[in-house]
Design a protein around this ligand. Sequence first.
Ligand SMILES: NC(=O)c1ccc[n+]([C@@H]2O[C@H](COP(=O)([O-])OP(=O)(O)OC[C@H]3O[C@@H](n4cnc5c(N)ncnc54)[C@H](OP(=O)(O)O)[C@@H]3O)[C@@H](O)[C@H]2O)c1
Length: 267
Amino acid sequence: MSSPRTYSCALITGASSGLGEEYARQLAGRVDKLILVARRESHLTALAESIRNEFPRVAVATYPADLSQAIERQQLIEAVHRSGFVPDLLINNAGLGDYGEFSTSDWEKIEAILHVNIEALTHLTHAFVPEMIHRGGGAIMQVSSIASLVPIPDLAVYAASKAYVTSFSEALRIELLDYNIPVLAVCPGPVHTGFGKAAQRTSAASEMSAREFFYVPKEQVVAESISALDRQSARVYPGWKTAALAMVLAAMPIVLARLVMERRPRR
Ligand SMILES: NC(=O)c1ccc[n+]([C@@H]2O[C@H](COP(=O)([O-])OP(=O)(O)OC[C@H]3O[C@@H](n4cnc5c(N)ncnc54)[C@H](OP(=O)(O)O)[C@@H]3O)[C@@H](O)[C@H]2O)c1
């Protein structure tokens, strides 16, 4: 049995809603300081206030930043270093997707997916890992997706970005084994958060509703991933249905995956 690790300072990106907000709430009792990052400052402020009320001994700092912008990431990193609180738990959770064919996608959204899902996650990891090594420990959670397991038409760039996240996490985990820094790739299936609306191109009902069977509550996704980090797992697929689907997808030969994807329902 793994015992819960304690952390001095957790930095959570994408804390203004969904899984990020839930990570902040569930970790508040286990840290001395929380650093909450996202663009929507009012959401971060409201969350910080609610956490301070429930856990008065926890210091909560909010950093509004657009992580798609390298300059804002650099300012965030410098502000955190100046604050004297170096994160020993980094949760790279901010992310977004785009439902629809690549040929008709909006370039600005595609660019934002690449900047946030890949660049920002890599940049923040690069900024904070050396200090963790220097201090003799820490932990990193990279929020990926079950979509990282197979190429997914109509979600092509998002799935490819998450394939990067899972691959990067697995390699980094091995590099950091000797430094007492577990790295976990969190690979959820569908979760009801702001993700679906942000990924949708029109206000029409989601064409993904057939996946309703696989939805897992965000509270469960977060609780299972925190437990997996305590166990120093390499990956977690929260929820038994997601875990079962992941086993099937991971075992599926690419020729079969292509046949399945070619027969997907089209609009
Ligand atoms: N929900 C799902 O079905 C699902 C499934 C698998 C994996 N995931 C992954 O889970 C993670 C969290 O997503 P979620 O489901 O909780 O969706 P969400 O509710 O839409 O949350 C996304 C978070 O990312 C932040 N974000 C987006 N763009 C940003 C930017 N340019 N700069 C800074 N922050 C930015 C958003 O904050 P602001 O808008 O305030 O900036 C928000 O806090 C993502 O990495 C997603 O890919 C989600």
